[in-house]
Design a protein around this ligand. Structure first.
Ligand code: XUL
Ligand code: CO
Length: 440
């Protein structure tokens, strides 16, 4: 069955095309910065938003029909697979990301939920065998939806809930391995708190680390070779999420000796909720050797919550792709559109317009980032700005040759040093950036 019969394969038509159902910038096989665009960008469809998100919000019910023509939950789950594969095919998207419960809902018991999940993953494996271009970027467990997780999963005050979450995560890891997943994500769900008046923060953090250690050890024991990611987010649903931002997560990983087992899955809208730029979070991850994958979306600067909009801000995608290229590109990670069409964009066609907008914004971002690097003006400026560290006292500090006393002697002899500073030239560099962006 074809779910989008009036939409054909979306083609690259170039920047002068006015066809709304065509890529203007995403040309999958074109080489940019040494790899094809599809290898550089590794786009992924998010099962939850695209296959399940119907536009429900706290003020109203869904506006988009995501039942895929079925009524029975098992049939809906199967239809979702067929529809997802058709969407991926028509948009040339090779990867998908999922929560266990996006693939198959929760049934009366854990055993039954597991059994029904197996049926769907069996079906997916069959489809992926027939079409090996469809791959799993990452999987995760939805340990935040059901009332049992109201106080968290790995950080619940109830040891029984912790055990239940562990069982659910074990199964989600197995499903990820079965689908050949390249990654497994821990996003904080309800791992945080509302008030410290009722919270044992130390125990909750210790327990979260225990859960992660067991998850990693188990996954490796069954042959999982992909990456583990933590996806930082500062707030929502809890007032204070433990995985606040990259820096907070790094401190957590290092405290518990997990720093070699996890990388970061960085989401644009989570970065801005933490009052960082998207680029800041990417840079911090890159500088600490933990850059892994990206949840591509954007927030609204006037709103303080996670709006999960499809990314269309090219300035942001360019700076993001600059960080990705400088990090050496994706290895197991990719760009997962953790994004949903607005509630008013409710038609089936809007799914395609949303993805085309997001994919083209990142394709353009990649083209600009490549140009930023080959143009060299920005990199050279930064290089020159730090030239005092290459020779003389700077080189001696870096090589560890000098002591505090030596530095005092140096400063006393040197006198005032304000003249050694040059202008930061922010406005000039912003203008260079515009020049690069609009000369494509
Ligand atoms: C929530 C969020 C999640 C994770 C996966 O803000 O981003 O969808 O990406 O659990
Ligand atoms: Co996300």
């Amino acid at each position: 069955m074809e779910y989008f019969a009036n939409i054909g394969k979306i083609k690259y038509e170039g920047k002068n095309s006015t066809n709304p159902l065509a890529f203007k910038y995403y040309n999958p096989d074109e080489i940019i910065c040494g790899k094809t665009m599809k290898e550089q960008l590794r786009f992924a469809l998010s099962w939850w938003h695209t296959m399940g998100g119907d536009g429900t919000d706290m003020f109203g019910c869904g506006t988009a029909d995501k039942t895929w023509g079925e009524k029975d939950p098992e049939k809906i789950a199967k239809a979702k697979v067929d529809a997802a594969f058709e969407i991926m095919d028509k948009l040339s998207i090779e990867y998908f990301c999922f929560h266990d419960r996006d693939l198959s809902p929760e049934y009366g018991s854990l055993a039954e939920s597991n059994e029904k999940l197996d049926v769907i993953t069996d079906y997916m494996v069959e489809k992926m065998k027939a079409d090996p271009s469809k791959k799993c970027l990452w999987g995760t467990a939805k340990c935040f939806d059901h009332p049992r997780y109201m106080h968290g999963a790995g950080t619940s005050p109830s040891a029984d809930v912790f055990a239940y979450a562990a069982a659910q995560i074990k199964k989600a890891i197995e499903a990820t391995v079965k689908l050949g997943g390249n990654g497994y994500v821990f996003w904080g769900g309800r791992e945080g708190y509302e008030t410290l008046l009722n919270t044992n923060m130390g125990l909750e953090l210790d327990n979260m680390a225990r859960l992660m250690r067991m998850a990693v050890d188990y996954a490796r024991s069954i042959g999982y070779k992909g990456d583990f990611y933590i996806e930082p987010k500062p707030k929502e649903p809890t007032k204070h999420q433990y995985d606040f931002d990259v820096a907070t997560v790094l401190a957590f990983l290092r405290k518990y000796g997990l720093e070699n087992d996890f990388k970061m899955n960085i989401e644009a809208n989570h970065a801005t909720l933490a009052q960082h730029t998207f680029q800041h979070e990417l840079r911090l991850a890159r500088e600490n050797g933990v850059f892994g994958s990206i949840d591509a979306n954007q927030g609204d600067m006037l709103l303080g919550w996670d709006t999960d909009q499809f990314p269309t801000n090219v300035y942001e995608t360019a700076l993001c792709m600059y960080e990705v290229l400088k990090a050496g590109g994706f290895v197991n990670g990719g760009l997962n559109f953790d994004a949903k069409a607005r509630r008013g964009s409710y038609t089936a066609e809007d799914i395609f317009h949303s993805y085309i907008a997001g994919m083209d914004a990142f394709a353009l971002g990649l083209r600009i980032a490549d140009k930023m690097i080959s143009d060299g003006r920005i990199d050279k400026f930064v290089e020159d700005r730090y030239s005092s560290w290459k020779t003389g006292i700077g080189a001696d500090i870096i090589s560890g040759k000098v002591t505090f006393e030596d530095l005092e002697k140096y400063a006393l002899a040197k006198g005032e040093v304000v003249d050694t500073l040059s202008s930061g030239r922010q406005e000039m560099l912003e203008s260079v950036m515009n020049n690069i962006m609009f000369s494509l």
